[in-house]
Design a protein around this ligand. Structure first.
Ligand SMILES: Cc1cc2nc3c(=O)[nH]c(=O)nc-3n(C[C@H](O)[C@H](O)[C@H](O)COP(=O)(O)OP(=O)(O)OC[C@H]3O[C@@H](n4cnc5c(N)ncnc54)[C@H](O)[C@@H]3O)c2cc1C
Length: 466
């Protein structure tokens, strides 16, 4: 007779890896089915011939000194994490690098505006956007050098994963007091190796892991659940889906049988997955200004975004965007390398994904050479461009706080709703999109894995006792 597992876990990213480890350590039989040919999901580390390792998915342990449980996991695995050394971030306006005091006042204006619009009261209309407040009359953001300040505010689109015009004002800063934030640290060797190590711990505790095994049907059979993946059908007493929200949104209705209840499906459809891609250009040597001193560069727009037509070139889109570029040759982290990593927020990311990596790299190299005014810069010797938005197994970077809505339906409670188990608890959900306080982060994924492992273990204990 076919084996009946205590639990089948769909996905081996952070949430699935942690859940598998905890359940296996609790003595439960676990099968992990992962669609990719590797574990880690949105934890992915790029390695070049020199052995430099750069995270192209998650990279920071946010709230490192403020209790993020990922710190403990890295510590248990003997992995050192590095708090970056303080280094200047140079802001480039249309006329070149801004003096440090001007950059500091612009940052001060942005900070004041963020504080002013944090959980505003009375609650703004659900259709009010963060842009309407930041760029509205009387905004502290625009107290001086309004154009530069407005450009700097667009840096918020990187963590948000969406345009300020779509970000809800009503829920701006709502999570700020309760999520893991403050200090950030980078795990040595990259984030992906940590997930690989957690999966190994799960296997050492007895869990089985199958790669290249995308679940195509998850069926409730009353007192058990069957999962079809890679041409095989497996049976378990419970199943835990860590399928990312973006992938769930695009999943065929028949993935779950019976289908997800209408209310759950409406929440899946209504919540939003943000866009963030990383573009990495590696060079034979670090040619950019003050390469050994600065932590990075922020490029403010030199062109009006409203002037761009539908056929705008990549270079025009980059010129009209605010782009943050991290300098890996700088002093922030150990093991400097001649590599620049740029964060492409929604608009430049969508433009980039419509072109080949080679074209994007060429256009961005030209942009960098012009903006940094560095004649004689060598061509990049290596490049990488992520495709989290078009990857069918992620379909975006991470969930993002409530978007503007006309009817007021959307709120952070959506992320709570997405964590509710179905089928009398036999079908559970974990993943960053299921943690109301820490959605969008590794902390959320880890906590959700721990939460669901504990819940499934309790449910199994209850069933055992019957
Ligand atoms: C560019 C970028 C930068 C980021 N930076 C940070 C950061 O600095 N700090 C931070 O805390 N967070 C960051 N994040 C967010 C963080 O990476 C995620 O929140 C976290 O990795 C999500 O883990 P997860 O387990 O929820 O999902 P995932 O890691 O996506 O894991 C889900 C797994 O399910 C698999 N899967 C999908 N469909 C199926 C199926 N049908 N059957 C079986 N398997 C399936 C997928 O292949 C995947 O492996 C970043 C994300 C991105 C994209």
């Amino acid at each position: 007779m076919a084996k009946v597992y205590d639990s089948i876990i769909l996905g081996a990213g952070w949430s699935g890896a942690v859940a598998a480890r905890e359940l296996a350590r609790a003595g439960r039989s676990v099968l992990v089915l992962e669609a990719r040919d590797r574990v880690g999901g949105r934890a992915s580390t790029w390695t070049n011939k020199r052995g430099d390792k750069i995270d192209i998915g998650c990279s920071w342990i946010h709230g490192y000194n403020e209790g993020n449980p990922t710190r403990g996991i890295a510590g248990e695995l003997g992995v050192t994490s590095h708090l970056p050394k303080a280094a200047e971030n140079v802001i480039y306006g249309p006329d070149g690098a801004l003096p440090a005091d001007k950059a500091a006042s612009l940052r001060g204006q942005l900070g004041a505006a963020q504080a002013a619009f944090k959980t505003p009261f009375p609650a703004p209309a659900p259709s009010a956007s963060l842009a309407s407040a930041l760029f509205g009359a009387g905004s502290p953001l625009l107290a001086a050098d309004a154009e530069l300040a407005a450009g700097l505010a667009r840096t918020l689109e990187v963590p948000l994963g969406l345009k300020l015009e779509k970000a809800s004002l009503r829920w701006a800063g709502w999570e700020g007091a309760t999520n893991f934030s403050g200090s950030d640290a980078a795990p040595e060797g990259g984030y992906e190796a940590l997930v690989v190590a957690v999966v190994k711990q799960a296997e050492d505790a007895g869990a089985q892991v199958r790669l290249d095994a995308p679940a195509t049907e998850v069926k409730d059979a009353g007192d058990s659940v069957s999962v079809t993946a890679g041409g095989e059908t497996y049976t378990a007493r419970t199943v835990l889906s860590t399928i990312p929200l973006g992938t769930l949104k695009a999943a065929p209705k028949g993935l779950f049988s019976p289908p997800l209840p209408e209310r759950y499906a409406a929440t899946v459809a209504g919540t939003h997955v943000g866009v963030l891609e990383k573009l990495l250009l590696g060079y034979p040597s670090a040619w950019w200004p003050r390469a050994a001193e600065v932590g990075g560069y922020t490029f403010l727009p030199t062109r009006d975004a409203a002037s761009l037509g539908p056929n705008a070139t990549l270079r025009e889109v980059f010129d009209a965007s605010t782009i943050i570029t991290a300098n890996f040759a700088g002093p922030s982290l150990p093991n400097p390398a001649p590599i620049l990593l740029s964060y492409l927020s929604e608009t430049p990311a969508r433009a980039a994904l419509a072109h080949s990596e080679a074209d994007v790299a060429a256009a961005f190299h030209e942009f960098l050479v012009d903006r940094l005014r560095a004649d004689g810069a060598p061509q990049p010797s290596e490049t990488a461009l992520t495709t989290w938005l078009t990857d069918p197994l992620s379909r975006g970077a991470t969930t993002t706080p409530s978007i503007v809505s006309d009817n007021g339906e959307r709120s952070p409670l959506d992320f709570k709703e997405l964590s509710r188990p179905l089928w009398d608890g036999r079908l559970g959900f974990a993943g960053e999109h299921t943690e109301i306080e820490n959605r969008g982060s590794v902390a959320g994924a880890v906590i959700s894995g721990q939460r669901e492992a504990a819940r499934v273990d309790r449910l199994l204990a209850k069933l055992d006792a019957q």
